[in-house]
Design a protein around this ligand. Structure first.
Ligand SMILES: CC(C)(COP(=O)(O)OP(=O)(O)OC[C@H]1O[C@@H](n2cnc3c(N)ncnc32)[C@H](O)[C@@H]1OP(=O)(O)O)[C@@H](O)C(=O)NCCC(=O)NCCS
Length: 505
């Protein structure tokens, strides 16, 4: 499934923001300037190979390569028209005219059984001389968010610098996955027996392998069956990361993701896939084997093959072995992946990161994922439930659609979800009086479920990042109306596993 509908042709929006600065969208012609801006903005950021102690970092080449790669017109996540830029129209000859930038990606993913297109902000920067003037705020609110909302992204993510994006309608609501682990030294990987050939070896990928890669990377193949919110590795993803990106590769810093097919050395048959990447740390992103094969037999031969490949790919051939970047491995395969379990004696627990998440309209999002919510209801004590769930968010957050939400349920089906304005205390009292007066005459009273939730905190419940109990515990103003409301929210929005790999493009 490819859900990305590329923007056709240049975007014409231009906004004059004063002082000679104009916001506009990119074309391919901006690729080098975006690269220059990024390399300067990220000069002091710890992103890419470590800078030797005592040296002043140069322009950041990893990020320069990223910007140029994204604007080549062959990216799987955006077109050359999807970078929002601030241009200094008074730039002197020889000076880079771009002073701030933010781009908008589209990534296929899923929420339970429903497939979605995720909007994703990426590679955001302001030139040091132009910081703290609100340029990123303007790019997000005036360009990126409206473009993302307009094309129908129902949820957006960014894995960004801590705290910054909380100002722009995001909250931390998605984990990259279960806690990562690391093999602290590659010397811990057992060596092959002397004189014995490896039972498995790795080969590079060709375009003919793409159907095999798609088939081998479904959530159940990745041992992530219980993941409710994650990425889809579709044909477009594999074509880009294993082929197209190399067609236009410009430097050693470009395109760090390496995919290999695992081959059974005895039969010569393809039996699995392994993917790793290097962005300052070497990371194992994906490892899958044909059904019936033993991970116990394959894990170390595959790891040894990967170490050889990675040293060859990422290390400077002139540098001494002790300066190798490939000296440890971060394992991001998920806690229940057989390789993670087998390697447990070797690893140190690592961390997981949280992604900033923005749901511009809870109503639209919940209508889209209603089949998942109805399925949860049908398997619960609340099967067949009817009633109205009203949520009060205290205030409307800039860029979000409502200050409250109303969901109507009839016999276990979600019949409507819409923005809702909670009644004032006066309206509430008048309503109670009206009902008392009508008592006896009204035949059926619809059950009303309710909760009050701090602005944006509901996002964390919708994604299943935390449980309702945790949500009530963590925010002083959060409360549920009664025990039935608590049960309904627990059934609709359980805590679930997530799987995200943010920087694969
Ligand atoms: C982070 C960065 C993009 C911010 O750009 P900017 O144009 O200065 O951002 P804005 O002026 O729009 O910021 C708006 C607000 O964020 C605040 N802010 C700026 N940097 C911040 C940070 N690192 N953390 C938290 N808040 C920050 C500003 O003070 C401003 O607040 P105010 O409106 O209350 O005064 C810029 O510092 C940069 O390029 N850094 C290096 C590259 C980088 O880290 N990019 C982001 C990768 S996700």
């Amino acid at each position: 499934m490819t859900v990305f509908a590329p923007h056709k042709g240049p975007r014409t929006q231009r906004i004059d923001i004063g002082d000679g600065l104009v916001m506009r969208w990119s074309t391919k012609a901006d690729a080098d300037d975006v690269g220059t801006l990024l390399s300067e903005a990220f000069r002091w950021e710890p992103f890419g190979p470590p800078v030797p102690a005592g040296t002043v970092p140069g322009p950041n080449e990893v990020v320069r390569a990223s910007g140029r790669r994204l604007l080549r017109g062959n990216s799987v996540v955006m077109t050359e028209y999807d970078y929002a830029l601030v241009e200094n129209t008074r730039a002197q000859p020889g000076e880079c005219p771009l002073v701030a930038c933010a781009c908008l990606h589209a990534v296929p993913g899923y929420y339970g059984s429903v497939q979605l297109q995720y909007g994703k902000l990426e590679v955001i920067a302001t030139h040091p001389d132009y910081r703290n003037k609100g340029l990123i705020r303007r790019l997000l609110f005036d360009m990126i968010h409206p473009a993302s909302d307009e094309r129908g992204d129902l949820i957006q993510f960014i894995q960004g610098i801590p705290h910054f994006y909380l100002q722009f309608g995001y909250t931390y609501a998605v984990r990259t996955g279960e806690r990562r682990a690391r093999i602290p030294s590659l010397d811990l990987i057992p060596k092959a027996q002397v004189g014995e050939t490896e039972a498995f070896h790795l080969r590079t990928v060709t375009l003919a392998d793409i159907p095999y890669l798609v088939q081998m990377s479904t959530p159940n193949r990745l041992h992530r069956d219980d993941t409710h919110l994650g990425l889809l590795f579709d044909e477009a993803y594999w074509r880009y990361t294993t082929h197209d990106v190399y067609e236009t590769k410009q430097s050693i810093f470009d395109a760090s993701r390496q995919t290999r097919i695992i081959v059974d050395a005895t039969t010569g048959k393809d039996v699995g896939v392994t993917v790793s990447s290097f962005l300052g740390q070497w990371q194992w992103d994906l490892f899958t084997l044909e059904k019936g094969l033993s991970f116990l037999d394959a894990v170390f031969p595959v790891l040894r093959g990967m170490v050889t490949m990675a040293k060859d790919r990422y290390d400077d051939p002139e540098a001494p072995p002790e300066d190798s970047f490939i000296d440890h491995l971060v394992i991001d395969l998920g806690a229940r992946h057989p390789a993670s379990l087998i390697l447990e004696p070797l690893v140190r627990p690592g961390d997981f990161e949280r992604l900033y998440t923005r749901i511009p309209s809870y109503a639209q999002f919940l209508v889209r994922v209603a089949p998942v919510l109805e399925e949860r209801l049908s398997r619960s004590a609340l099967m067949g439930v009817s009633g109205t769930l009203c949520l009060d968010f205290f205030k409307r957050v800039q860029g979000s659609s409502g200050r409250g939400l109303q969901m109507m349920l009839e016999r276990g089906k979600i019949v409507s979800v819409k923005d809702w304005v909670p009644p004032t205390p006066q309206e509430r009292m008048m309503e109670v009086r009206r009902r008392l007066e009508e008592k006896g005459r009204v035949q059926v009273q619809t059950k009303e479920y309710g909760a009050s939730l701090a602005p944006l905190s509901f996002t964390r419940l919708v994604t299943g990042e935390i449980s309702l109990d945790q949500l009530l515990e963590q925010y002083g103003e959060n409360s549920v109306k009664d025990a039935e409301s608590r049960l309904l929210l627990e059934v609709l929005f359980p805590k679930v596993q997530h799987h995200f790999s943010s920087l694969w493009w």
